[in-house]
Design a protein around this ligand. Structure first.
Ligand code: SER
Length: 318
């Protein structure tokens, strides 16, 4: 029986993953961890238990794990790439000091741990086309540095202590539920809000800049399927490349225009976001994930765009 703690349950991934896990394993078996000021609301608050779970407070995590007999931790606490550049010390404190706490609690209480990595773990000298699973990772952002450390520290705890750590390198995640905040790939979500509101979209990423992206339903499946995968088949552990699509701004704009012909977009390139975007892969090779645990994406650019527009229209017009 799985008893799960989601740290960061009200964030971009957590708000949907917590619901998905509750649907799968039962509401009472999934504790929604949050920090004060970001309490679960609505269906998330009503569908199962919640607890204050500050990743920087190891004792608090231990108490929750013991109290609820937790055997699996989804550690989703993190700052995204752009905001991390503004607060590097905090990014480290949450991403790495916090991860240390999680891994120690997991070691002492025999929990499995999922802590996402990202396309941000790659850097300017990584091969950009079909970026291999095992390749150069010399990122220039603190976000990337912390993600490489996340992968390495998680692997270390597996090798040294046998903690069942697993993770994927997420591309930009697109969803109509909880907006991201402070990421480089956020434009691919923001563009839908502008399109549905009938506003012109100001694009901070330059024409021709490709990045990997994924629709949230696929991302949620990646988390649960990897954690349920047969461990005997896993050659890798932390940081599986996963992708669903790769596009530059003009391509998602064109796709939205097929359904909203009056939609307008103008480029006002943000130098920080652009330099981060250029340092990341253009397209990932996710064959290791496919081979080792059967990963595949269901949504491509056209099907994601259709669903996003429909769902966001319902949401904003409600
Ligand atoms: N979505 C993240 C960001 O843009 C990358 O994983 O920061």
């Amino acid at each position: 029986m799985k008893k799960i703690l989601v740290i960061g349950s009200t964030g971009q991934i957590g708000s949907e993953l917590t619901t998905e896990l509750r649907n799968r394993y039962g509401g009472s078996n999934v504790v929604a961890g949050y920090i004060p000021g970001a309490e679960p609301k609505g269906a998330l608050a009503e569908s199962g238990p919640a607890a204050i779970a500050d990743v920087t407070n190891g004792e608090q995590l231990t108490d929750i794990v013991k109290q609820h007999n937790i055997d699996t931790i989804y550690n989703l606490a993190a700052l995204l790439s752009v905001v991390a550049e503004q607060k590097p010390r905090l990014a480290w404190k949450i991403g790495i000091d916090g991860l240390w706490n999680v891994l120690e609690v997991a070691r002492e209480n025999k929990c499995a741990v999922f802590t996402p990595s990202s396309i941000g773990s790659f850097g300017p000298n990584t091969p950009h086309e079909l970026t291999p699973q095992d390749t150069i990772q010399r990122p220039k952002t603190i976000y990337g540095v912390s993600k490489v450390c996340t992968e390495l520290l998680s692997d270390y705890y597996f090798t040294k202590y046998g903690v069942d750590t697993r993770s994927v390198r997420f591309p930009g995640l697109i969803s109509y539920v909880t907006p991201p905040g402070g990421g480089t790939t956020d434009y691919a979500v923001d563009i839908f809000y502008s399109a549905v509101r009938g506003e012109k979209f100001i694009c901070p990423i330059a024409k021709g800049t490709r990045m990997d992206m994924m629709y949230m339903p696929d991302a949620l499946r990646a988390c649960t399927e990897l954690m349920e995968a047969n461990p005997d088949k896993l050659i890798h552990r932390n940081g599986f490349n996963v992708t669903a699509m790769s596009f530059p701004p003009e391509k998602i704009y064109a796709e939205i225009r097929r359904r909203k012909p009056d939609f307008k977009m103008e480029y006002q390139v943000d130098p920080l976001k652009q330099s981060i975007a250029e340092s990341w892969p253009d397209s990932l090779d996710d064959s290791a994930a496919r081979e080792e645990w059967g990963w595949h994406a269901n949504f491509g650019l056209a099907s994601m765009t259709r669903d996003m527009l429909e769902k966001l229209e319902e949401k904003l017009n409600a």
